[in-house]
Ligand binder design. Sequence first.
Ligand SMILES: Nc1ncnc2c1ncn2[C@@H]1O[C@H](COP(=O)(O)OP(=O)(O)OP(=O)(O)O)[C@@H](O)[C@H]1O
Ligand SMILES: Nc1ccn([C@@H]2O[C@H](COP(=O)(O)O)[C@@H](O)[C@H]2O)c(=O)n1
Ligand SMILES: [Mg+2]
Length: 249
Amino acid sequence: MWRRVASLSSFLSSYSTSFVAQTASRLNTWESLTTRIAQQANGFIAPKEKTPFITFVLGGPGSGKGTQCIKIVETFGFTHLSAGDLLRREIDSNSADGAMILNKIKEGKIVPSQLTVKLIQKGMESSDNDKFLIDGFPRTEENRVSFEQIIGIEPNVVLFFDCPEEEMVKRLLNRNQGRVDDNLETIKTRLKVFEALSLPVINYYSQRGKLYTIRARGTEDEIFEQVRPIFTAFEACHVSTMILSIQLC
Ligand SMILES: Nc1ncnc2c1ncn2[C@@H]1O[C@H](COP(=O)(O)OP(=O)(O)OP(=O)(O)O)[C@@H](O)[C@H]1O
Ligand SMILES: Nc1ccn([C@@H]2O[C@H](COP(=O)(O)O)[C@@H](O)[C@H]2O)c(=O)n1
Ligand SMILES: [Mg+2]
């Protein structure tokens, strides 16, 4: 379960603007942090629940989000929750919302946020991990706000796979996974939805200094080499914090 007693990484994750600023902030707040660790160790402060490390993975249809998520999972041990996969599973399970979800996906439109967020929440709660890649979400401002209201946590990192439209279309038409939305008509709608509804969310996170833009053209491995340093840096920060915590005990 991700709702566990706090470790140091949980309250570190709440000091955030851009990654550089985050790192600097973490170093600058060392002193108050160490005081707090010492207090916690002495039982002065009741430990708070552990906040998971959340990465939102955004990008247009076919930009390679799912492909890169597999690599991030293999290398950094995240749990991958793809909003699209969760919705497709809901259709396959013959749930009451299945028909409505299928229609939305066929049309390339967005499913009501509450439903998607509840599926993500279930995925998080049934995992032992505390590091999540939430792929294809938030697709709209409504998605974003709904996540904040229901889950009550902000992402630590937002990845944006920035890929030219013609490349995305080519990839989708060659995907061959039998998806009902991999046809030219639906792809056109999905691209419009991306531009009108998803780009504002990407801009929102850019303004908050959380966005990491990846140039999503080239081989899968070349693209992953842009992703790797982002998580390596977070990992290094986490390890040094743990060392400090051990030294204080
Ligand atoms: N760098 C790449 N070069 C060429 N093809 C790629 C690359 N990355 C992914 N692909 C292929 O492009 C297709 C779409 O990739 P993927 O499913 O990862 O995209 P996505 O962003 O998750 O799309 P969607 O939003 O539709 O779920 C897949 O067939 C995948 O194998
Ligand atoms: N936040 C989301 C994510 C997805 N959908 C619907 O699922 C379709 C497929 O999503 P992929 O991420 O697998 O491409 C998408 O076109 C939407 O219809 C959604 O509604 N909300
Ligand atoms: Mg995908």
